[in-house]
Every structure is written in structure tokens, then in C-alpha cells.
Design a protein around this ligand. Structure first.
Ligand SMILES: [Zn+2]
Length: 243
């Protein structure tokens, strides 16, 4: 069995965040690596995705080729292309039941969103915050949603914490300018970015109710992948779908 962290989303929407536990990949990708672009054996990644899909009971998993941008795609069905990853996509939205939208991370935040009849997923790192991918996902969800234009709820997944995510002062300044309050400091007192605080602030500004699952990816090597910690490693992810 895979170890999955449940997102607090209203039925019929469901969301989970994966961990490293339960997959078949070998070091340094062990075990539940979901990403194809990190040099892991293709067959192992596909096996991991199948294990996940089976445990969730979804019809298909849909991926984006994440580029730290603000590109959002509306997905109407599954295809070879959605399995390979839709180009330039850091946000996915669907109204189709059974399609599991996946956003991968290994320090960046997977964020899962749901409203009446529509779900969305986003990949949010420092650049995603600055470019406003969450705001864009919320806009597209409202366009696609059939019901109440408000009423969107979101769960922020595991990511690198503000005590660990050291960045040069100039970069922290850029983030602070785009999202006031997102600049922070590490345990050593150097400048950092608080991804969770930034994401929460952007979502709250849109009237979205936010919960978090917590967990610092860099500080929990047995549980999460961390690019900052390990370089060559796998990716865990967030999955959201309409059951
Ligand atoms: Zn940390």
C-alpha cells in the first residue's frame, strides 16, 4: 500500500498527496517516484503510476510538463499526451469525473483545489508565486464551474519550509514584491521564502478557504523527495479528482 496524505476537500472531490512509500523505484528515486524526466527507469515510473491509479480508483492520471510558469490547461479526457504531460502546464483543471489531475514536486508545493463540479491542481514554487499560477487556476476554475462562483477550497501539500528555503536577498525581495509577507528567514538568519504563507495569501485574496497538510520535504528524507537536498531524486505529487 502507498502512504497517502488526504486533502480536506468536499465530496465528490477527493485529493491526496503521495509520499516516497510504496513504489518500486530504486535509489536515488526510491520508492514512489512519479516523474519521467528525472532519469529513473521508465518501466518503474509507469509501474508506480499504475499502483497509484489503482489505489485511488481513478480512470486515468493526467500530467503537465511543469515549467515553473502560470500555464493552466482545462482537461476534458485522457490520452497519450495527458499521460506524457501537457506542455507548459503548471495548473490543471477539469470538470470530468474520474480524471486524476497530478502536479509533481520535490520542494515546490502541490496545491489541490475543489469547488462545485470542478477541481484543479497547481505546482507552486518561488517562480509560480511570482507569476501567479494559483490566481490563474482559480480564475479558470470559476470559468469552468457550474455552481457558486465562490466556494472554492484548497489544500496545500508538503514542500520546503521557510526555515530551509534559503534564497539570495534579491530573489526574496522579488517574491515579497509580488506576494507581500512571503519573504522570511532561515534558522541561520539568512533570507528565505515562505512558500506556504505566499500560497495561502494568494488563495485567501481570491476568497478561497485554505487548509495545509504540513511537512518539510527537505527535513524528512524518508518521507519526501527534496531536490534541494538530493539533486538527482524522484518526485512525489498531489492528485485531485471528482469521484
Ligand atoms: Zn524545513
Amino acid at each position: 500500500m502507498l502512504e497517502l496524505l488526504e486533502a480536506a476537500l468536499p465530496a465528490p472531490a477527493r485529493g491526496v498527496f503521495t509520499t516516497r512509500a510504496g513504489g518500486v523505484s530504486l535509489p536515488p528515486w526510491e520508492a514512489l517516484n512519479l516523474a519521467r524526466h528525472v532519469d529513473d527507469a521508465h518501466a518503474k515510473v509507469m509501474h508506480n503510476r499504475e499502483l497509484l491509479s489503482d489505489q485511488l480508483g481513478v480512470d486515468a492520471l493526467v500530467f503537465g510538463k511543469q515549467v515553473h510558469g502560470a500555464g493552466v490547461r482545462v482537461v476534458k479526457g485522457a490520452s497519450n499526451k495527458t499521460a506524457r504531460g501537457l506542455d507548459d502546464t503548471d495548473g490543471l483543471v477539469t470538470t470530468v469525473p474520474g480524471l486524476g489531475l497530478v502536479m509533481l514536486g520535490a520542494d515546490c508545493l502541490p496545491v489541490l483545489l475543489a469547488a462545485d463540479g470542478v477541481v484543479g491542481a497547481a505546482h507552486v514554487g518561488r517562480l509560480g508565486l511570482v507569476k501567479g499560477v494559483l490566481t490563474e487556476v482559480v480564475r479558470v476554475m470559476r470559468e469552468q464551474g457550474s455552481g457558486d462562483p465562490g466556494g472554492i477550497v484548497a489544500t496545500i501539500g508538503p514542500g520546503i519550509c521557510s526555515h530551509c528555503y534559503e534564497v539570495p536577498a534579491s530573489l526574496a525581495g522579488e517574491v515579497e514584491k509580488a506576494v507581500p509577507g512571503a519573504r522570511s528567514t532561515t534558522r541561520q538568519g539568512s533570507t528565505s521564502v515562505d512558500l506556504v504563507k505566499g500560497a495561502r495569501s494568494q488563495l485567501t485574496a481570491e476568497g478561497v478557504a485554505v487548509t495545509t497538510v504540513g511537512g518539510c520535504t527537505l527535513e524528512q528524507p524518508d518521507r519526501f523527495f527534496s531536490y534541494r537536498r538530493d539533486g538527482l531524486t524522484g518526485r512525489h505529487g498531489g492528485v485531485v479528482w471528482l469521484a
